[in-house]
Design a protein around this ligand. Structure first.
Ligand SMILES: [Zn+2]
Length: 203
């Protein structure tokens, strides 16, 4: 049971529904919701949506029982914390405080299960996209890339914050390094406006 990855029972289809697409506004968004039981996190919901009109795709993973909006902080001191498993639901912003990196959820945001290291890789991919654009500052890009590489190797200490607006995210780690608090102003000011709209349409 210590393979480090949740692998349990088969997902069970809870319901399928055709709803309004947040992108094109047509009622052609087919959403399927599965209940899945995994190690470490217990019951989770998998959402899969696809719009047959515009091709918009929606993927989300979240705890089946919402924990309410909250801020989860992970103090990363090295390799051990990089291996913490986490659920990042679509309605969650991720911030690396020391570098001012932000992953703010947009309507195309997805939820996924990953590790703290996996989040760093996603930031690195985003950096590569930004830095391949015209006008990117090469020295800034190099410095950020070097920092991310060191962080991925466990050689940087940093603080990772999840602003979880719907309570669907979770981090499985030791309590000395993971704290859970109500959403603070820093998280609230980053909350995207589309979130309320989108949640209503799906619910
Ligand atoms: Zn659409």
């Amino acid at each position: 049971m210590d393979s480090g990855w949740p692998t349990d029972r088969k997902p069970q289809l809870l319901f399928e529904e055709t709803g309004i697409c947040p992108i094109c506004g047509k009622k052609t968004l087919k959403v399927s919701v599965y209940l899945y039981e995994v190690s470490y996190f217990g019951k989770i919901l998998l959402f899969s949506g696809e719009c047959s009109s515009c091709g918009y795709k929606y993927r989300d993973v979240r705890l089946a029982e919402s924990q309410g909006p909250r801020k989860i902080t992970v103090k990363v001191e090295g390799e051990r914390q990089l291996r913490y498993l986490l659920i990042k639901s679509a309605a969650t912003a991720v911030i690396i405080k020391e570098r001012e990196y932000e992953m703010i959820p947009g309507p195309a945001s997805t939820g996924f299960i990953t590790t703290v290291e996996g989040i760093l890789h996603r930031f690195k991919e985003a950096l590569n996209v930004i830095c391949s654009g015209e006008g990117a500052d090469a020295s800034v890009c190099d410095a950020e890339r070097r920092w991310l590489d060191r962080a991925i190797e466990g050689r940087e200490k940093f603080t990772m914050i999840l602003c979880d607006y719907e309570g669907g995210s979770a981090v499985k780690g030791e309590k000395e390094y993971v704290t859970v608090e109500p959403l603070d102003e820093d998280c609230k000011k980053r909350k995207p406006e589309w979130l309320d709209r989108f949640t209503l349409q799906l619910g």
